[in-house]
Ligand binder design. Structure first.
Ligand code: GLA
Ligand code: ZN
Length: 664
């Protein structure tokens, strides 16, 4: 199996390229500028269904032939889209069943993008036919490096509630439960008179007078992720059949608000993992959220290299304020992804659109043209990437694991939980941020993964847990495990484990909580070690664990807030409250020290990639300085961007990056 875009030399560098938005007279300049910028890979045709299949069954490939030929002549490889991300108006007009429906029964119209229902047989049939037509047309095209199926599945329409989805949901539930009785049991339908007597009565979780059923909501999330995945695999299978040597991917979006797909399941189906990431311009710590995303993508890729399919050179038009990136920021962002295992980074998009909804989204070539700061920075990074070809195929070293679970994220995102102030993603990010500040590289792993290779592991709000045995084994074998509140509360169906919280982890942690005590809006509680908790506390008592900190004030004064339970050769910490800032840093550093994990340097982001060069093991230290002052690091070898020898120490300039190849 081919697991990387073919024929790309060195790190991949480029963008989404939408030549169909421009007269052909612009295309020659495009390719000339791509050469100047060192571009070697572009994604073509993602939103061009309406211009390829101009009416049902009538294809016009001429423009695409010419665009691909021109790119090939310029030495640019092509990640060719199957163009199925946005069905054209002729399709949705002729077959309105293709259009998705909201929970409230509103049918969404064409005129934007992604206006399709995942269960529409017509959409699937037409999409697969288009993928086949493209594969047959371009199977021998010398520019073809990879297939880009759809685009950001589930980005806008991740859940459809139409009648066709009702039928598909029932089929999915039948496969899961066999019979109605286990479904009634799993969903707890004895509550509020929800018992189902026949399959026809079972519906997607449409708009209801009051709170929906948690089991139904959770299963609908699972179903919806699987339904979209089936669309991807239907196209992929055709591509594999027609062009067996060409790898197939689709671009994930692993962080932030989306979270609609269980990417652990998706990652198993792509030939290489690719991801889109956009920093939130108003977040002063956006580079840390970027690192989180990059590490999570590497986890999905199973540690193998992955591709950043999209990020931005500067402003992002869908944010409320289109803040421009700082000078040097696109460069730092690009190197952060490479540091964390990307073997290439592409942008959305090549040339900034002059029409359409994304006119004010930045690109490699801005409206103002190539005589701009953005294009010069793009040229600079392109030239630097050319010096880093030796990194390709190397892997990233990490000593700490973080267990990430989209299904717990879905479950905790449902209404009627103990507090509306809790967000799974923010919580996981807060834990990650403490690890980042400690200079530790983190591997993300799925629930139940083997943790034995990691000195320490963190479980942020792992809510849905059938069985804690893998974690007990890990700790007994010497692992250091930090478990946070809202972990182990329910089984996989969402039924609460009885006898006290945190249910499945009670024994391992040696604690028992009688009652949750979430805090009021903006409220804070002091701990006796000087730290502060917000959002969450609980009335806990120890059953064997050692108390590390207790509440110093409030209704739970004297009650344990942070505990540790030594067990076997390891130890398990329980964080029972929403510890903030410094307090969380101290706790995480305590766990790392206990596990013997060395801390990285302060203030500079440092990641090590390992691989081989000329048959000998080497490593590359990639350092990114997000601060305003120069920083110094211990290092020895060659700094690849400058070509200078490094003996003992290397300076990472303020806002800059270095890549040092060393012998170990
Ligand atoms: C997503 C899409 C792109 C574009 C960018 C803009 O990532 O895949 O087509 O809309 O957002 O940020
Ligand atoms: Zn539907």
């Amino acid at each position: 199996m081919t697991t990387w875009p073919t024929g790309v030399r060195g790190l991949a560098w480029g963008a989404d390229h939408n030549p169909e938005q421009w007269p052909e007279s612009v295309w020659a300049e495009d390719v000339a500028l791509m050469r100047r910028a060192g571009v070697n890979l572009v994604s073509v045709g993602i939103f061009s269904w309406a211009l390829i299949e101009v009416e049902e069954g009538r294809y016009e490939f001429g423009w695409l032939d010419r665009a691909l030929d021109r790119l090939h002549e310029g030495g640019v490889r092509v990640d060719l889209a199957t163009a199925t991300a946005s069905p054209p108006p002729w399709l949705t007009t002729a077959y309105p069943e293709v259009l998705p429906e909201t929970a409230g029964g509103v049918r969404l119209s064409h005129g934007s993008r992604q206006s399709y229902c995942p269960s529409s047989g017509v959409y699937r049939e037409k999409a697969v036919a288009l993928a086949r037509a493209l594969a047959e047309r371009y199977r021998e095209h010398p520019a073809l490096a990879a297939w880009h199926v759809g685009n950001e599945y589930g980005c806008h329409v991740s859940r459809c509630f139409c009648d066709r989805c009702a039928v598909a949901f029932r089929a999915w539930l039948r496969a899961r439960y066999g019979d109605l009785e286990p479904l009634n049991e799993a969903w707890g339908t004895a509550f509020w008179s929800q018992r189902y007597g026949s399959w026809e009565q079972v519906l997607p979780p449409r708009a209801t007078p009051s709170l929906g059923n948690p089991g139904q909501l959770l299963d609908f999330d699972r179903f919806s992720s699987d339904a979209l995945l089936e669309l991807f695999t239907a196209e992929r299978d055709v591509l594999r059949e027609v062009t067996p040597g060409v790898p197939v991917t689709t671009n994930f979006m692993v962080t932030w608000t989306f979270g609609a797909l269980d990417y652990w399941r998706w990652a198993a189906e792509v030939d290489f993992v690719s991801n889109d990431h956009y920093t939130r311009a108003e977040d002063p710590e956006r580079h840390v959220e970027l690192a989180f995303s990059a590490d999570l993508v590497r986890g999905l890729a199973g540690g193998r290299p992955w591709l950043l399919m999209e990020h931005s050179t500067s402003a992002v038009n869908w944010q409320r304020r289109n803040l421009a990136k700082e000078p040097g920021e696109l460069r730092r962002n690009s190197f952060q992804h490479v540091a964390r295992g990307a073997d290439g980074t592409l942008f959305f998009q090549w040339r900034q659109s002059r029409a359409g909804a994304e006119r004010y989204h930045s690109a490699m070539v801005p409206h103002a043209g190539p005589d701009t700061r953005v294009f010069r920075e793009v040229e600079r990074v392109g030239a630097e990437y050319a010096r880093l070809a030796e990194l390709v195929g190397s892997t990233v070293e990490a000593s700490v694991a973080l267990v990430y679970d989209w299904q717990s994220r879905w479950a905790l995102g449902q209404p009627a939980h103990p507090t509306a102030d809790f967000s799974y993603q923010d919580h996981a990010l807060a834990l990650y941020r403490a690890l980042w500040r400690a200079g530790v590289t983190v591997d993300f792993v799925p629930p139940g993964a083997d943790l034995s290779g990691y000195a320490a592991a963190v479980l942020p709000a792992l809510y849905l847990v059938d069985d804690a045995t893998p974690y007990e084994r890990y700790v007994e074998g010497g692992g250091r495990l930090l478990v946070t509140y809202l972990s182990g509360i329910t089984d996989g169906r969402g039924h609460v484990h009885l006898g006290g919280y945190p249910g499945a982890f009670r024994e391992l942690l040696g604690v028992r909580t009688e009652e949750f005590h979430p805090l009021g809006e903006g409220a804070a509680v002091a701990l006796d070690d000087g730290s502060t908790a917000r959002v969450w506390t609980e009335d806990l008592r120890t059953e064997g664990a050692e108390v590390l900190a207790s509440y110093a004030d409030g209704p739970l004064a004297g009650v344990p807030a942070v505990t540790r339970n030594d067990r076997g050769d390891g130890a398990a910490w329980y964080l029972a409250c929403g510890l903030t800032g410094d307090g969380l840093d101290r706790l995480v550093r305590g766990v790392l020290a206990h596990a013997g994990v060395p801390r990285g340097p302060e203030g500079v982001e440092v990641v090590r990639r390992r691989g081989e060069r000329a048959g000998a093991p080497v490593s590359w230290l990639v350092a990114v300085n997000h601060g305003g002052g120069d920083a110094e690091l211990p290092a020895a070898g060659v700094e690849l961007l400058s070509g200078e020898r490094v003996t003992g120490r290397v300076v990472v300039p303020a806002g800059g990056v270095v890549v040092v190849r060393g012998e170990v």
